[in-house]
Design a protein around this ligand. Structure first.
Ligand SMILES: Nc1ncnc2c1ncn2[C@@H]1O[C@H](COP(=O)(O)OP(=O)(O)OP(=O)(O)O)[C@@H](O)[C@H]1O
Length: 248
């Protein structure tokens, strides 16, 4: 069976005035379906560049990225972002301010019939615990509520892979911890394969089954955050603190 995400010997970089600048080199990692990975590393080491490449916004300069059985990036192949079935919860990928929460959640569902779209939006709002707030605009929501809506929008299209780039960084202590735990439980219940970038090692360890540390564009380590059997089980079951309320 192919991995949900498989990255092999990946090279990434940017063309600048002084020529090509390598950012990521020789990077390999895999996630099985339902597993959650986390990447840590100092500022500028290439974490966001890697997520953007997986999403299809940066080309691979060498190696390959596979999502499921499809090779989506290599030096010679590039599947466009909208055909990758990847959900995004990025710091700089905010909600559309002129749309209501429900319209934001339904944004990627425009090809569905209206009744189906309405039902899916309601299901997603309930999943993130905000069934009553679909009519509100982003500026009428707290930071944590906005992040829940962003998560609902990212999951609405049933992505094969969810990418989260510092999704909780704008929140403070208590609400950040609460939302981190809630989102982790939601992803596990939904058996959602996901890759998270964070600066916070404790948050990463609590959130993910596998954690990698990047340095100078390379992956210095990629390890299970708990014994392998547990990691597999945890990836496909809700944690003990969750209830059935959030089930999709
Ligand atoms: N569009 C771009 N053009 C040229 N260089 C870029 C571009 N985007 C990022 N870089 C450079 O690539 C390197 C990696 O940046 P990236 O944003 O991937 O790092 P990061 O690990 O996510 O950092 P942070 O933790 O601060 O978000 C940095 O040196 C950055 O300056």
């Amino acid at each position: 069976m192919s991995a949900a995400l498989h990255i092999e010997d990946l090279a990434l970089g940017y063309d600048g005035r002084d020529g090509f600048k390598p950012v990521v080199q020789g990077l390999s990692l895999s996630l099985a379906a339902g597993q959650i990975g986390c990447l840590l590393g100092p500022s500028g080491c290439g974490k966001s560049t890697l997520l953007r490449a997986i999403a299809g916004f940066e080309p691979a300069r060498g190696g390959q990225i596979r999502i499921g059985s499809e090779r989506v990036s290599s030096a010679t192949a590039h599947v466009p972002p909208e055909k990758r079935h990847v959900g995004l919860m990025f710091q700089d990928y905010a909600l559309f301010p002129h749309l209501s929460a429900a319209q934001n959640v339904g944004f990627g569902l425009r090809r569905l019939a209206a009744t189906e779209r309405t039902a899916r939006v309601a299901e997603m709002l309930a999943l993130v615990g905000l069934p009553e707030l679909g009519h509100r605009h982003p500026h009428e929501l707290s930071g944590g509520q906005q992040q829940r809506i962003a998560l609902a929008r990212a999951l609405a299209t049933r992505p094969a892979l969810l990418l989260l780039d510092e999704p909780f960084s704008s929140l403070d202590g208590g609400s950040r911890e609460r939302l981190t735990a809630e989102v982790r439980d939601l992803l596990r219940v939904a058996r959602q394969t996901a890759l998270l970038v964070t600066h916070n090692a404790d948050e990463g360890a609590r959130f993910a089954d596998f954690m990698g540390v990047m340095g100078a564009g390379r992956l210095a380590s990629w390890q299970a955050t708990r014994p392998a059997a547990d990691a597999q089980a945890l990836a496909i079951q809700p944690s003990s603190g969750s209830t059935s309320d959030g089930q999709p």
